[in-house]
Ligand binder design. Structure first.
Ligand code: C2E
Ligand code: CA
Ligand code: CA
Ligand code: CA
Length: 279
């Protein structure tokens, strides 16, 4: 038993070294990727449940790695956050989403808001209002066509300063959504101070409706909470017709998920905006 304990320990340390080494390798490759702009945005439609129309899209980053192909955000965003590279990457995302959205509008496509995910460091390490004002001025995009997705955990890190920042962004005309709603252990108290436009019901609840009574109750409660606070509500990660029917019955406003459409490269997203979703 002692022997295997020691082996386990050795195994564990060499695993830790491998992990540390991998983080360092990814970090240096990420620095290069930022310089060479190796990132792309894919866009996932957000659909009005009643009309079936695309009313928005979430921008989701991918890394076009020279050797490994298209790499998903789960593989590099946490490292970028840990190593402080997320501000540069997140700022690129804001600028690129705004540029693309304006280009689609200029091409005559129906205007939608594009939602961008923000990281905590983008809030706390820079003047985000100033940065976004610059992006809007440079790209010519109207503020109402840019939506910012902020998680509860970001808000709860520093409620007072986040509320102040969000107020300022709101008064610039931007849209605000609270992402992964229901997963953070936060007080609902901030909701009345925080002038969000939208709540996103987290996929962890949506994925188990209508089978799991607890998740049904939570999803229903979030939809009702949003309605009573005059916020829009969108369910994310909708994969089945049964989930869609449950959400429609509960008067959810919008859905986003594989059932409707996976995240799309820019050209395919433009095509969807032009032609609508194939139903
Ligand atoms: P998120 O903000 O919760 O984004 C939704 C994720 O769920 C996306 O994964 C999307 O592709 C996936 N998804 C959408 N519909 C379905 C569905 O029906 N079923 C399932 N199983 N998944 C679905 P993705 O693109 O891999 O992004 C993962 C996370 O990476 C995002 O979670 C977000 O936290 C982060 N992320 C992505 N882009 C950015 C970015 O530009 N900046 C920052 N800071 N984070 C980003
Ligand atoms: Ca999101
Ligand atoms: Ca989410
Ligand atoms: Ca669940």
């Amino acid at each position: 038993a002692k022997e295997s304990g020691r082996n386990n320990f050795q195994f564990y340390t060499s695993d830790m070294n491998a992990r540390a080494y991998e983080i360092l390798a990814v970090e240096s490759q990420l620095r290069r990727a930022i310089e060479r702009e190796e990132f792309v945005l894919h866009y996932q439609p957000q659909v009005d449940m009643r009309t079936g129309r695309i009313v928005g899209a979430e921008a989701l980053i991918r890394w076009q790695h020279p050797e490994n192909g298209l790499v998903g955000p789960g593989k590099f965003i946490p490292i970028a956050e840990e190593r402080g590279l997320i501000v540069a990457i997140g700022n690129w995302v804001l600028r690129e989403a705004a540029r693309q959205n304006r280009a689609w509008q200029d091409a005559g496509l129906p205007p939608i808001a594009i939602a961008v995910n923000l990281s905590a460091l983008q809030f706390y390490r820079q003047d985000i209002c100033g940065y976004i004002a610059g992006v809007l001025a440079d790209t010519g995009l109207e503020a109402r066509y840019l939506e910012l997705e902020v998680t509860e955990s970001i808000i709860m890190q520093d409620v007072v300063s986040t509320v102040a920042t969000m107020d300022a962004l709101k008064s610039m005309g931007l849209k605000l959504a609270i992402d992964d709603f229901g997963t953070g252990y936060s007080s609902l108290n901030y909701l009345k101070r925080f002038k969000a436009d939208k709540l996103k019901v987290d996929r962890s609840f949506v994925s188990d409706v209508p089978g799991d009574p607890d998740d049904c109750a939570i999803t229903r409660a979030i939809i009702n909470l949003a309605r009573n606070l005059n916020l829009k509500v969108i369910a994310e990660g909708v994969e089945t017709v049964e989930q869609w029917q449950f959400l429609l019955h509960e008067h959810c406003d919008e859905v986003q998920g594989y059932l409707v459409c996976k995240p799309q490269p820019p050209a395919d997203m433009a095509q969807l905006l032009k032609a609508g979703l194939p139903i």
